[in-house]
Design a protein around this ligand. Structure first.
Ligand code: BV8
Ligand code: ZN
Length: 242
């Protein structure tokens, strides 16, 4: 297998998707052909879906909380955490995943592009998002203790903008000019924007681009290197530090 050599003059941006958590037992989106209880995920994970049937959406997220709670980081997560240890501020991780496993593995230089499954926020008042590991009972919609407004999962749904501070942090890292850039996508089908476009920004910045995925992704052709395999097996052997 090809290996990636990282020296003192290289910075690394890693972007992960659901595939990096598959070996931890968390189902991917495309693996379940994008359906949940016969609802297209895009419909349930959307403001329209929440407006139409908030109890259904809370059932979807409560079930995912129950499913994800016992899961632990796998060797792929642990390898990425080690890379941060080795590189410090020459490392950044942008994840599309909401399962919290990268933080559990020890990553701190982390941008959760699509939010976090275990945080909830109020749709009405300015209360900041708060830690919430509860799976709510069937048919209920939790209300805010401070204003009585409806609570929602603190997740970026389809049709909602990503946090501009997150996008700025990723953009600034990609456009730094003090080191050589390597961009690595892991376990993502490259179907969801704007994350799917980061590889193009990386290439425009002269970056070397790598994809580690179980199967070819929609944007495989835009990567200089493609390693087909399971991230839990590939990542621990992929990088050598000089
Ligand atoms: C926005 C939270 C605008 C939900 C998620 C047409 C063109 C361009 C864009 C669009 C378009 N139509 C609509 C859009 C916009 C839309 C979009 O991209 N839609 C897609 C479907 C076409 N994007 C948005 O809506 C974004 N917002 O554009 O806003 C805007 C701007 C200003 C003002 C107002 C509005 C918001 C996108 C965020 C949506 N939320 N998550 C939740 O999680 O509940 S996205 C959701 O999909 C997950 O976060 C997930 O991470 C993400 C992407 O999926 P992947 O992570 O890639 O997972 P997937 O299953 O697809 O693939 C897994 C891969 O792993 C597979 O390839 C598999 O082979 C591989 N694998 C499996 N096992 C392993 C493995 N690899 C390695 N090892 C293994 N063991
Ligand atoms: Zn409130």
């Amino acid at each position: 297998m090809e290996t990636l050599r990282i020296d003192g003059n290289t910075r690394l941006l890693v972007m992960t998707g659901a595939g990096v958590s598959a070996e931890s037992g968390i189902p991917t989106f495309r693996g379940s052909d994008g359906l949940w209880e016969n609802h297209p995920v895009e419909q349930v994970a959307s403001p329209e879906g929440f407006h139409a049937d908030p109890a259904l959406v809370w059932r979807f997220y409560s079930q995912r909380r129950t499913g994800a709670r016992p899961c632990v980081p796998n060797p792929g997560h642990l390898a990425i955490a080690e890379w941060e240890q080795m590189l410090g501020d020459r490392f950044l991780l942008a994840t599309q995943n909401v399962d919290g496993l990268h933080r559990l593995a020890g990553n701190q230089r982390l941008v959760e592009l699509h939010g976090n499954l275990f945080t909830t926020r109020c749709t009405r008042c300015e209360r900041p998002p708060f830690e919430d590991r509860l799976a709510y009972p069937e048919g209920t919609v939790p209300l805010c203790g401070q204003c009585g407004g409806r609570l929602r999962p603190n997740i970026v749904w389809f049709g909602e903008p990503l946090d501009s501070r997150d996008l700025l942090q990723v953009g600034d890292f990609l456009r730094r000019d003090d080191t050589r850039l390597v961009f690595m996508a892991v376990g993502t089908s490259g179907a969801v924007w704007p994350a799917a476009g980061f590889v193009d920004t990386a290439r425009k910045s002269g970056g070397e681009t790598w994809l580690v995925n179980a199967e070819p992704a929609e944007n495989t052709g835009r990567f200089h290197h493609f390693i087909q395999g399971r991230s839990g097996e590939v990542l621990p052997k992929l990088v050598t530090f000089e």
